[in-house]
Ligand binder design. Structure first.
Ligand code: PLP
Length: 394
């Protein structure tokens, strides 16, 4: 009776959430820990969105909604995709779920049969492989090395494709690397996916966080074929600082969207009603706050990047988007007496009191992930602590 189901026996809990929890625990016990682990903007949700949510509750909109989201929210998402990506979707091609994470979870549940393969570029967002496995699928990894700016090539994808391949995941801008695929790179990838006739899952959650005039292009924008085979995943978490509201969506193939909606009707019933009203305002209301936050992240990156790059034994590319730095720190770890970067990250937390995420959770065991979604003051203090820690132990 106490034996757990096979499917959860090999489940690795989210390393991101685990470190953040440990850092909070240390903080609660009075230790001055600075958390660079966060995967969420440090700003409050913009006022107009809070107000819209409150008004919806007062107006009595506190009941169930359609399983795949309110028609008004689907329309707001359709307008957003038209405005930002020049892509046209019908309401039947949109499903709103409980955050992009749960939308992805639901997607894998409806497209994968046992041993179906999904190609996942390394470094990857922690949840992709686990979600694929939970759906009975097999993650197939290909590595975007540092020399390739952590991006995979069309050639690598071609070599990884088998007759069991169902989908490729592209996450641009990427968590954890901050890298962005160019239009040309995406074109080549789209060609390979067309040749093999596989789905492209395009996780665009960091779309709005791009710096230095970098441009986000959705692979779905490249051709009619690319649009048909792309399943866009996005949401309000990172763009509108709404991580806790849990609203994400998929835009793409009607049959998949219908199956996902049917599944949701038996699992979530619907995304939280109040959050849906908030998201309608997020997409239909003024977008100034989105740009303000983007600028703040950009100026933090400008300040912090050279300082991280100057830490002995740290080797870091300048990211183009999202809010993470992914230095390779193998040398720093070894020179300070640690055999693994995991141990080094643990020591940074316990001795330097800075919480960072070890890259092993992203399939990139030589790296650590530093989030700059926290005040510049704190980031600078944290980087100074890391720098001193490394220099003292070297
Ligand atoms: N995709 C990536 C790459 C992410 O980093 C995250 C959040 O950390 C998500 C999806 C999920 O976002 P949410 O579930 O908050 O919409």
């Amino acid at each position: 009776k106490y034996s757990l189901a096979e499917r959860v026996k090999t489940l690795t809990p989210s390393s991101t959430l685990a470190i953040t929890a440990k850092a909070k625990e240390l903080k609660a016990s009075g230790i001055d820990v600075i958390g660079l682990g966060a995967g969420e903007p440090d700003y409050n949700t913009p006022e107009n969105i809070l107000k819209a949510a409150a008004e919806s509750m007062e107006a009595g909109f506190t009941k169930y909604t359609p399983a795949g989201g309110l028609p008004e929210l689907k329309n707001a998402i359709i307008a957003k995709l038209e405005r930002d990506q020049k892509l046209t979707y019908k309401p039947s091609e949109i499903m709103v779920g409980v955050g992009a994470k749960h939308v992805l979870y639901t997607l894998f549940q409806v497209i994968l049969n046992p041993s179906d393969e999904v190609i996942i570029p390394i470094p990857y967002w922690v949840s992709y492989p686990e979600q694929v496995k939970l759906a009975g699928g097999t993650p197939v990894f290909i590595e975007g090395t540092k020399e390739q700016e952590y991006k995979v090539t069309a050639e690598q994808i071609r070599s990884a494709i088998t007759e069991k391949t169902r989908a490729l995941i592209i996450n641009s801008p990427s968590n954890p690397t901050g890298m962005i695929y160019s239009e040309e790179e995406l074109k080549q990838i789209a060609d390979v996916c067309k040749e093999a006739d596989i789905w492209v899952i395009s996780d665009e959650i960091y779309e709005k966080l791009v710096y230095n005039n970098a441009k986000h292009v959705s692979i779905a924008q490249l051709s009619d074929d690319a649009k048909e085979r792309t399943l866009i995943i996005n949401g309000v978490s990172k763009s509108h600082s709404m991580t806790g509201w849990r609203i994400g969506y998929i835009a793409g193939d009607e049959t998949i969207v219908k199956a996902m909606t049917d599944l949701a009707s038996h699992s979530t019933s619907n995304p939280v009603t109040t959050s849906q009203y908030a998201a309608i305002e997020a997409y239909n209301g003024p977008q100034d706050a989105v740009e303000e936050m983007r600028r703040a992240f950009e100026s933090r990156l400008k300040e912090i990047y050279p300082k991280v790059a100057a830490i002995p034994g740290f080797n870091v590319l300048r990211p183009q988007g999202a809010f993470y730095l992914l230095p390779e720190v193998r040398e720093a770890a070894e020179k300070t007496g640690y055999t693994s970067v995991d141990d080094f990250a643990q020591a940074l937390l316990e001795e330097a009191n800075v919480a960072v995420i070890p890259g092993s959770g992203f399939g990139s065991p030589d790296t650590i992930r530093l989030s700059y979604a926290t005040s510049l003051d704190l980031i600078e203090k944290a980087v100074k602590r890391i720098d001193e820690f490394v220099k003292t132990k070297w």
